[in-house]
Structures are given as structure tokens and as C-alpha cells.
Design a protein around this ligand. Sequence first.
Ligand code: HEC
Ligand code: HEC
Length: 380
Amino acid sequence: MTKAKWLALAILLFIWVGCRKNDPVPDGTDDYQAVRSPQLPDELFAYSTLEFPDTWLNDPALQLFGGFGSDIEVTDAGATLGRVLFHDPGLSADGTVSCATCHQQARAFSDPVALSTGVSGIPTDRNAMALFNFKYQRRMFWDLRTVGLENQVLQPIEHPDEMAMDLAALPAKLEEITFYNGLFEAAFGDATVTTERVASALTQFVMCFQSYSSRFDAGLEDGFIHFTESEEMGRDIFFNGETRCNQCHSGKNLFSTQPFVNGLEVDYAAAGDGGIGALSADPFDDGRFKTVSLRNIGLTAPYMHDGRFATLREVVDFYSDDIQAHPFLDERLSVNGFGSPGQEPYALSLTEQERESLVDFLETFNDTVMVKADWLSDPF
Ligand code: HEC
Ligand code: HEC
């Protein structure tokens, strides 16, 4: 090769490397601000006035858990800042990953893959959870290891496989980005960035993910007159006391604050993830996981803590035919039912039509408002 050709190749390589470097969102530089600056409404959205309907607030079962959410007060400016932070990949070490990368609004703030990938490219240990209705939840993660949403929200920023950002360096990084000055000032009185303020704003925003509008909720109001025959059959199967679905995924929020063993494995630790058992080393806790809400369940595939089931049909087939004889399988999933000792798994052997109906009914839990709400969307 001639000298000129070498030079041309070197220049091409230089340009190529240069371009690639600009691919991820560059952080804190003038370029970054020119390309990415949040589009926010002129008048702040009234986050502080968002509230659950009276039917929820007056529900005796939910009233018990109503104080479980964060004590942090939601202000319009605080949640607005939280909205920007939640959607900003600039919070990650290399400017490529935001909370919304793994918690996508259209999927009720979950991720359509079994395991997510963040900055490192190494898959997360578990399936990214859907995020909503934190007013009623105190314990976070599949194994409930963190108490309080405000104590959770900084963890993904630091986690090496999620956003991999050095928390100590985060305030200075954000203070460099001009649009954050005004947002912090509006939310907290001055432009100083601290990790506590970041946690507060993220908590305020995530507290605004409220999900209570679905075809199921409309049915509760109008006596289910708009349900199809199949959805009605599925509703009966869910509540009839034989499947006992509603004995764990219960009440208006279709969840439990108690973790349960639902029999995915005979021995979860041996299968690779002991859940709460991996923290307590108590065999009673092997495979005990958070009993997540079934709201939005048609939007949040794949399913279970490891995303093992790709579809709701696979979930229904599992509950019908494949529950494992775990030594501490919850009694509700055993032949004898709640209150009667014995861990022999029930075998529902649902018919084809019953399976389809149950899936159709589960789809009526999908939210119609939260997943499209402008005020929760990506402002960039
Ligand atoms: C790389 C993917 C990824 C990113 C980025 C990410 N998360 Fe998550 N998130 C997960 C996974 C996976 C879990 C479940 C982890 C577990 O249980 O061990 C989770 C769990 C949660 C939970 C617990 C929900 C519950 O019901 O218990 C909250 C809250 C949450 N994330 C908020 C956030 C926030 C806020 C951000 C941004 C600061 C964020 N996440 C960034 C993957 C991610
Ligand atoms: C003993 C309590 C219990 C009963 C009864 C029960 N579940 Fe579950 N369910 C759980 C737990 C706990 C999990 C999470 C398990 C895991 O990920 O390891 C779960 C997970 C799920 C999921 C996946 C949630 C997600 O976001 O990935 C669906 C869907 C589901 N259950 C539907 C049902 C249906 C339908 C029935 C009735 C046929 C039912 N469940 C009965 C406790 C129960």
C-alpha cells in the first residue's frame, strides 16, 4: 500500500472512531445540551393533585396499606424534575441507559425481555418489574430486600449492570448540565444537586404512576355489561375459589404484600435463584417472591421473577398443570387449599376454552390511561 493510501485509511478510521464516540449521548457537554433538552409544558403539570379514586381510598383492605408508600411529599416541580431524571440516559456512566430503558411506559414501566441489559451489557439477575401503585407498597424488589421506594431509586443508578454511575460524581455531573439548574431550583429552592434531592425527585415521579383505569375497573362500575362471554368465563375462573388466583393476587390492586412460593421449582436455590431464601438462608423462604400486582399483566410479558414464561397462556398452563411439589408450596396452590396442611400441588386440568378465557380476562386488567399519559412520558 502506498503512503497516501495508508493516510486515507488512517483518516477514515479516525472519522469512524470519532463518529462512534458520539453515538452514545455525550454527557454534560454543550453538544449534549444542544441535542437533548427536555420539552416541558409551560405550566407545570399538577402532579400534586393526582389521587386514587374514592373507591380505592375508602376500600378497607387498601386503607390498611395506604400508609405504605413514601412519606415524601409530591410537588409539581419535584415530580417534573423526577420525570426528566427518570428518562435521562445522562444519569448513567456512559450516557446510554436511563430508568426508562428497562421501565418502558407503554409496558406499564417494565421491559419486554426476560433479563434486561444496562451499561455493562451483562444481563440483570431478574426480570425488570412493572412500576405502579407504590402508595400501597413498602418493600421493593422480587425478594423485598429494600424497604421504601426512596431507598430504592438510587440503587439502579449505581448498579454496575444497570446505570453504573459513581453516585459521588453524579451531583457535579448534573450541575454541569444547564437545564438541570432551573429544574432543581424550582423543586428545591436552589440549583444545588445532591443525591438526596435526586432520590426525592425520582420518588415523587414514580409515586405518580397510578394505575386504576382498565376494562376490569369499568366492569366493577357497570356490572361487567361490556365483557365478552369469554372474559366473563375467565372472571368466574379467577374468582370461583378453585384456582384461588384471587386469594393471592387480591383486592383492587390484585396483589399481596406477603411473598409466596407459587411452585415454579421443587428447589429454587438449586435452580439458581432462591429469592428471599437466598437472603435468609431459611429453607422456608426458598422460592418466596413478591406477589406482584396483576394490573397491566397483558402488557408486561415475559413473566415471573426470571421472565421464564413468554406469554400469559404459558402462565395459565403452568398454574393448570405444572405446579411443583415444593416442600413449602403455598397451601392455596395445594389440593387441600388454605388452612389445610399438605403441599401436594393442585391439578386444575383446565379445558382449552377455560385457559383461553382466563387469558382473555387477565387482559382486562390492562391500564388505558397511565401507559399513555403525557405527564409521565419521555420529555426528551
Ligand atoms: C438495566 C435495567 C434497569 C434499569 C436501568 C433500572 N431498573 Fe429498576 N429494576 C430492574 C430489575 C431487573 C428489577 C428487579 C431486580 C430484583 O428484584 O432483584 C428492578 C426493580 C425496580 C423497582 C422495584 C419495584 C417493585 O415492585 O419492587 C423499582 C422501584 C425500580 N426498579 C425503579 C428504577 C428506577 C427509579 C430506575 C432509574 C434510576 C431504574 N429502576 C433503572 C431493572 C432496571
Ligand atoms: C399462593 C399465592 C398465589 C396464587 C394462588 C396464585 N399466584 Fe400468581 N403469583 C404468585 C407469586 C408469588 C408470583 C411471583 C412468583 C415468581 O416470580 O417467582 C406470581 C406470579 C404470577 C404472574 C406473573 C407476574 C409477573 O409480573 O411476572 C401471573 C400472570 C400470575 N401469577 C397469575 C396467576 C393466576 C392466573 C393465578 C390463578 C390460576 C395465580 N396467579 C395464583 C402467587 C400466587
